[in-house]
Design a protein around this ligand. Structure first.
Ligand code: SF4
Length: 411
């Protein structure tokens, strides 16, 4: 079965993300489920802003980790400011630099996000920002700046569990985080309380979807090219966190995808030629990088954000969320994410690891360097890429390196 039904485009020619999502829909024309997921991804921010104007509460936040579970239980849509920021082009970077005096070398993700918030000032759209101080210093600065310019901003304290923290010390962290979640509830609703029954419903939903995504990842092992790189990244890195603002539609599309994958015939040639890769980055915004991987015969079968642990349903729900935070790869130290990556590498017998981050991010580049060294010592090839967050085609240098890396693994 030949899956690529659309004419390939050159990665260098991919300038806007909308363009590439439209192209990806054609590539996946055999899959209504993947088309629905790409539509949900595309409509996430504009759809949430429209719903907000029609009266549905919403807040800008990183829309991952514990936030969506808590926010949906409070009747508030979590809207990812990272997804909003990806509408920015190179010119938007100048807004952050010229209007807000961000130094040129500041990470492009932060500058793009600030520019989008700037463009929305006094426009009647979502005007609340839930910051998370675990992110990074430039982001901490960004919401302080936005507070001064009229946004209603609330920030949580840092979530960080050192690798040796267990027992009573961990219990203290859990209690502290539960208090923080009540602070968020109070800020959003005026009441310092959560409804345990609604939280249980959201935890059950999240666990169901974590299980379904695990199933999809397992089915991809025998159908490695059914879902191309961009589609899986958006479905897992964004959709599984926040459901693109549409929990019911997201779950329906996931169910349909499982049904499609279960019915799809296995292509033995694909299984012989596939180059299994692990993607150890966030949602890279230079979509041409994904096309370069696909064209070179790579398949992103393992990701840093694979569903690793379920929420415990035997605990009071607020405590279950706080414990999940500290038991997962976002608990702070880079070693937790490395465990997930290593698990994926071994499960897939991956041939290589792609580390991807943004220029100007000293924070994540340290983690990436540690992971690169770890995998090199195991004899596994890694490539460490730095790209930009704003729209536009990837640089020739990034594309050349990606192609050369995947082709080297194929050889
Ligand atoms: S890429 Fe790095 S500097 Fe930029 S927002 Fe993320 S953590 Fe912060």
């Amino acid at each position: 079965m030949t899956l690529a039904l659309a004419q390939p485009i050159e990665p260098e020619d991919i300038n806007t993300q909308k363009e590439y999502i439209d192209y990806s829909k054609k590539v996946h024309s055999y899959s209504p489920a993947i088309n629905q997921l790409l539509d949900l991804a595309n409509n996430y921010v504009p759809g949430a802003e429209k719903a907000f104007k029609e009266g549905r509460p919403a807040v800008w936040c990183n829309a991952n980790n514990y936030q969506p579970v808590l926010l949906y239980s409070l009747g508030v849509t979590p809207v990812s400011y990272g997804e909003m920021g990806r509408y920015s082009a190179k010119e938007d970077m100048l807004i952050a630099e010229d209007v807000y005096q961000f130094p040129v070398e500041t990470c492009s993700m932060v500058k793009c996000t600030v520019a989008q918030w700037h463009k929305r000032l006094n426009s009647g759209t979502i005007n609340r920002i839930l910051g998370n101080c675990s992110s990074c210093e430039p982001f901490n600065l960004s919401w302080e700046v936005m507070r001064k310019h009229g946004y209603d901003v609330f920030t949580n304290e840092v979530i960080y569990r050192g690798p040796t923290v267990t027992g009573e010390r961990l219990d203290q962290l859990v209690k502290f985080t539960m208090e923080q979640m009540l602070d968020v509830a109070e800020w959003l609703t005026g009441r310092r309380e959560v409804d345990p029954e609604k939280l249980k419903i959201e935890i059950a939903r999240k666990n169901r979807l974590l299980g379904k995504l695990r199933k999809i990842l397992d089915l991809r092992l025998t159908h490695p090219f059914y879902m191309k790189s961009l589609a899986i990244i958006l479905t897992l890195n964004v959709g599984l966190n926040n459901y693109f603002g549409q929990p019911t539609k997201y779950e329906a599309a996931i169910d349909e995808l499982i049904a499609e994958l279960e019915k799809a015939p296995v292509n033995e040639k694909d299984l012989k030629t596939v180059i299994p890769l692990v993607w150890a980055g966030g949602t890279g915004q230079e979509f041409g990088v994904y096309e370069a991987i696909d064209l070179a015969g790579g398949a992103l079968l393992g990701l840093r954000s694979v569903p690793f642990r379920f929420y415990r349903e035997d605990l009071p729900p607020l405590e279950a969320i706080a414990r999940w935070v500290y038991d997962n790869s976002n608990a702070g130290a880079g070693v937790y994410a490395r465990e997930v990556l290593n698990f994926e590498v071994e499960k897939l017998k991956a041939k290589g690891v792609i580390l991807y981050g943004y220029i100007g991010c000293s924070f994540a580049s340290v983690d990436r360097e540690m992971w690169r060294r770890f995998f090199h010592e195991k004899g596994l090839p890694c490539i460490n890429l730095e790209g930009s967050f704003q729209t536009g085609s990837p640089t020739g240098q990034v594309l050349t390196r990606v192609k050369a890396f995947v082709e080297m693994l194929a050889a």
